[in-house]
Design a protein around this ligand. Structure first.
Ligand SMILES: Cc1cc2nc3c(=O)[nH]c(=O)nc-3n(C[C@H](O)[C@H](O)[C@H](O)COP(=O)(O)O)c2cc1C
Length: 242
């Protein structure tokens, strides 16, 4: 979820996610503004402005109520309204209490890179995702894998449990094993499944996942582990120690 500047819309998105049977609310924290993306600008690739990729909004009753004409009749104005309300850059950690009151679902905070934010995330949520948004937000941001050990240390020192997921750059089995070895509970795939989708639809996504799992399974065996549960810090070395 992107937390909208329109609180009623945010509440509606949460309610709809619950009603649709989702098991958690993933709240993206690292995109209060979109990063400067030259390639998108050069190509004029801004699909939201054409009303593409906004089905969650265009189908939302609160979003629709705020429009004079429905998005089907006037997608341009609906898209401009989306750009007005898409995010709320004034949010602070205290606002999470508002979300907590509105849902019993676990809250997962996405886009954590610093130990201090990890400590705060553990205080406020059931889970976090170590992610630099695939490097699409801040140029030169720390690599998510470099940030992971500091985040894990902060969680271990915290008095709260916090499931730690990881994304940004997971492409092969060894990437997943590295992240799990450094303490992540699970990893997430961002672009790879979209590449599969673009090339082969549902079958393409299935192929990506099957190949990924096969690579993971072989690499696990080659690391001397019979299951993911055996993957620990001893599977990786700290290059700075060499
Ligand atoms: C086309 C595209 C759309 C994305 N949309 C979202 C989004 O709506 N919310 C979000 O939190 N992250 C979004 N992301 C970021 C991904 O969730 C993920 O953090 C990022 O791609 C890094 O993982 P990867 O290296 O496996 O791609 C998007 C990424 C891409 C490439």
């Amino acid at each position: 979820m992107y937390w909208s500047a329109d609180r009623d819309l945010t509440a509606s998105l949460v309610e709809r996610a619950e009603a649709a049977g989702y098991g958690a609310i993933v709240l993206t924290l690292d995109t209060p503004l979109l990063g400067w993306r030259e390639r998108d600008l050069e190509r004029g690739y801004l699909p939201f402005l054409d009303g593409e990729g906004l089905a969650n909004y265009f189908s939302d009753p609160v979003f629709r109520d705020a429009l004079d004409q429905p998005p089907e009749e006037n997608p341009g104005t609906a898209a401009m309204h989306f750009t007005d309300v898409f995010a709320d850059p004034s949010l602070t950690w205290d606002d999470l209490g508002w979300l907590r009151e509105r849902t019993d679902l676990p809250i997962v905070l996405k886009g954590i890179l610093s130990p201090e934010d990890a400590r705060l995330a553990a205080e406020h949520a059931e889970g976090l995702i170590v992610s630099n948004h695939g490097g699409r937000q801040v140029d030169g941001a720390i690599g998510a894998i470099e940030a992971l050990p500091g985040v894990i240390e902060a969680i271990e020192e915290s008095e709260h449990d916090c499931t730690t997921l990881f994304d940004s750059g997971i492409r092969r089995g060894a990437d997943a094993i590295r992240a799990i070895a450094l303490g992540a509970d699970a990893v997430l795939l961002g672009r790879p499944y979209v590449y599969g989708l673009a090339l082969g639809g549902e079958d393409g996504v299935e192929a990506v996942v099957k190949n990924f799992r096969a690579d993971l399974d072989l690499t696990l065996g080659l690391c001397g582990c019979a299951s993911m549960r055996e993957v620990d810090r001893s599977c990786v070395i700290d290059a700075s120690d060499r």
